[in-house]
Design a protein around this ligand. Structure first.
Ligand code: SAJ
Length: 415
């Protein structure tokens, strides 16, 4: 079977490489010629553990090649971005363009699979009218389904194969055909449903996480007001057998959890006040962190603010929608003192917006340390490294070090 994967980003490229490794002939399509050239040279343009060696191997073996436009195939995957606009509405222009691009090549017997996280009814209202030629009947000639990706960045190659999957077809025949195909490369269970349910389920998963992180973030601000340590409260509460609170942070980033809940709000604004409020709570957390830094800077003679981490979460290099980066940008504009910026997973060539300092330089030169991303190198700092600094630890990774080590001044509560 020949497979055409449209969109070679964080989801499409691993998917294409896994399918090629399973023995399929795979053509990956991307509108960016530089991405196509990189992949055809056996290299990759995204950072994901082990993806480089897999792509190198399947390209060398001739099982994967990249093109700037689609071709005839038995199975089409759509793996393109579904961002939101400034006013939190879904931008489906990439899904529409990708669907249009395969239409001239779609034949009887083909499978069309939308993997992009999408608002309810996208498969029916966008993919089908734009991708399926009018003379072909859905569920008889072509089989169309939504099978949302559920992989965690940093573990994509494992989770793409091991995770349970949901296949939501436009008709039961569509579901069955696509499900049989996923069985050839997925080890997790595969659950059959309708397209609309699959679309909603994926969004609900990410909204669930967003709402729970919002609870932790709200709690962290509340605890500060009470003069208590939010991380201690959460640790203690989580000893209860039916309580499992997530970890507060500087806000929620990445291109999934900070985006997808808005698709549910847009679909039914009048009945989703909780989901909307959670989004707003998480989006406002960077502002709270900046106020903490402002209070600390006011208490130091010549503030040098060391910002640790720009990525949206630990041990990845991904800066998309990162609250850490948003905070550093705002601090740079706020003029509270000198700034040092440390991001060990990004090089100066990759990121030119701020000069980057090493961990050692940042610690040595700063009197205020703002922990924004819980990367491993920051977890390994000792009480001696942190001694005498104002610590604003948005992720609670230094609590134990502070409790055991020499006297350090805790971060300031905000009125
Ligand atoms: N975060 C916290 N506190 C926590 C957990 C996370 O502040 O306790 C923050 C992170 O620092 C980060 C953001 O939330 O800024 C999101 O990180 P994440 O690790 O929760 O999730 P993502 O965005 O990397 O991947 C999510 C996953 N969804 C769920 O776990 C429900 C993944 O399985 C999805 O495939 C992915 O979204 C996606 O593509 O939709």
């Amino acid at each position: 079977r020949k497979i055409c994967v449209v969109g070679l980003g964080y989801i499409g490229l691993p998917t294409a490489a896994i399918l090629a490794d399973r023995g399929y002939e795979v053509v990956g399509v991307d509108v960016r010629p530089d991405v196509v050239a990189t992949i055809n040279a056996g290299r990759i343009h995204v950072v994901e553990p082990h993806l480089d060696t897999l792509v190198e191997q399947v390209v060398r073996e001739g099982k994967l090649r990249a093109e700037t436009s689609p071709c005839e195939a038995d199975v089409f995957f759509l793996c393109v971005p579904t961002p939101i606009t400034e006013d939190h509405r879904a931008d489906l222009s990439y899904v529409e363009a990708a669907s249009e691009s395969i239409k001239p090549y779609v034949r009887a017997g083909n499978l069309i699979i939308l993997e992009s996280t999408s608002p309810p009814k996208t498969t029916e209202d966008v993919v089908i009218p734009h991708a399926v030629p009018e003379h072909l009947a859905i569920g008889e000639d072509v089989y169309v389904a939504h099978c949302p990706e559920r992989v965690l960045p940093g573990r994509i190659l494992i989770e793409a194969v091991e995770n349970d999957r949901i296949v939501g077809g436009m008709t039961p025949a569509c579901t069955q055909q696509v499900l049989d195909f996923y069985r050839t490369f997925v080890r997790g269970n595969i659950h059959a449903t309708s397209a609309i349910t699959a679309e909603a389920t994926k969004l609900v998963e990410n909204a669930f996480r967003d709402v729970n992180i919002a609870f932790a973030n709200e709690l962290s601000i509340l605890a500060g007001k009470l003069g208590a340590d939010p991380f201690e409260i959460i640790e203690l509460a989580n000893h209860h057998p039916r309580v499992n609170i997530l970890t507060p942070g500087p806000g929620v980033g990445g291109h999934c959890i900070s985006v997808d809940p808005w698709f549910l709000v847009e679909a039914a604004p009048e009945v989703t006040p909780l989901i909307r409020t959670a989004r707003n709570v998480n989006d406002s957390k960077p502002h709270f962190v900046i106020e903490q830094v402002r209070a600390a800077a006011a208490s130091v003679e010549k503030p040098v603010i060391g910002c640790l981490g720009l990525a949206y979460k630990s041990d990845v290099d991904d800066l998309r929608e990162s609250p850490s980066l948003e905070i550093v940008r705002d601090l740079a504009g706020a003029g509270l003192g000198e700034l040092r910026v440390c991001e060990p997973y990004v090089t100066a060539e990759q990121f030119k917006e701020f000069p980057l300092s090493s961990v050692e330089e940042t610690i040595a030169e700063s009197n205020i340390l703002v922990l924004l991303t819980d990367h491993s190198p920051f977890r390994e700092l000792s009480a001696d490294d942190l001694a005498g600094k104002h610590l604003i630890d948005t992720r609670g990774i230094w609590r134990k070090v502070m409790a055991e080590g020499p006297a350090v001044r805790p971060s300031l509560p905000i009125d």
